[in-house]
Design a protein around this ligand. Structure first.
Ligand SMILES: O=C(O)[C@H](O)[C@@H](O)[C@H](O)[C@H](O)COP(=O)(O)O
Length: 237
């Protein structure tokens, strides 16, 4: 299957790249250009990125792009509720691969707070991310083969609330089907406010999942909620 076989909604753009490093470079160029434009025209910019494992080459490519990073605030679409020095921490991943080189000058807004409960930590994260310039300038989503994006997992008790376009919370507590299970996710209205929305996915498995998601509803496959204009999909085998 190729990405051109998908029946994408009008206005959704698809970029098919030959391999992981070309995808990383192409996505880094698009993201850096959009951040630079926001900085030039509005003085500040906001960037939301995904964790997981696949974004590492993209983070490294983006970290060396020259722009006025001191005017950019970066946060995560979701976080695993583990201390920042934990191997599964998305913040840890970002500190090692994105918040360095040129991008070391950016301000990072953490989603991790060691509160008494996941709910209390999500509240603190919601307050913290309210400093981000809105609408968000650039969003980079990932996707799991079950159709989750950020930590919006199918079957979660709070999923319907988190996907509600009128959800008043910027962040919500979520439970993942895999360890670490306790997560904090940004909610749909904050994510979907982004002017530039990108989805970066690798491999046939994710392409098949994306194809399924086009026929599913967002509660079954939450990525469905984002498969609309202005999404740009970056895929490589
Ligand atoms: O914290 C996380 O796990 C993520 O932010 C998550 O939504 C991720 O984007 C997908 O699970 C895909 O992960 P990969 O791109 O590494 O497969």
């Amino acid at each position: 299957m190729a990405i051109s076989d998908l029946d994408l909604p009008t206005g959704v753009m698809a970029h098919s790249l030959a391999d992981t490093s070309r995808l990383a470079e192409a996505l880094a160029s698009t993201v850096a250009e959009a951040l630079d434009f926001a900085v030039q025209t509005e003085g500040v910019a906001s960037l939301l990125v995904s964790g997981g494992r696949s974004p590492v080459p993209f983070f490294e490519a983006l970290s060396i792009r020259p722009l006025d990073w001191s005017r950019v605030k970066i946060s995560l679409v979701d976080e695993r509720w583990v201390p920042v020095d934990h191997d599964d921490s998305n913040e840890n991943l970002l500190r090692r691969h994105l918040l360095r080189n040129e991008a070391a000058k950016a301000e990072f807004v953490s989603l991790y707070y060691p509160a008494s409960s996941l709910e209390a930590a999500a509240k603190q994260a919601g307050q913290a991310v309210s400093v981000l310039k809105r609408p968000i300038d650039v969003l980079v989503l990932g996707m799991g083969e079950d159709g989750h994006t950020a930590s919006l997992f199918p079957g979660n008790a709070l999923l319907e609330q988190a996907l509600d376009p009128d959800c008043p919370d910027l962040c919500m507590p979520m439970v993942a089907p895999v360890e670490p299970r306790q997560r904090i996710s940004m909610t749909y209205p904050l994510l979907a406010s982004a002017r530039l929305q990108c989805l970066a996915i690798h491999g046939q498995g994710k392409l098949k999942a994306l194809n399924q998601a086009l026929r599913a509803n967002p509660l079954q496959m939450p990525i469905r909620a984002f498969l609309n204009y202005p999404l740009e999909i970056y895929w490589c085998p």
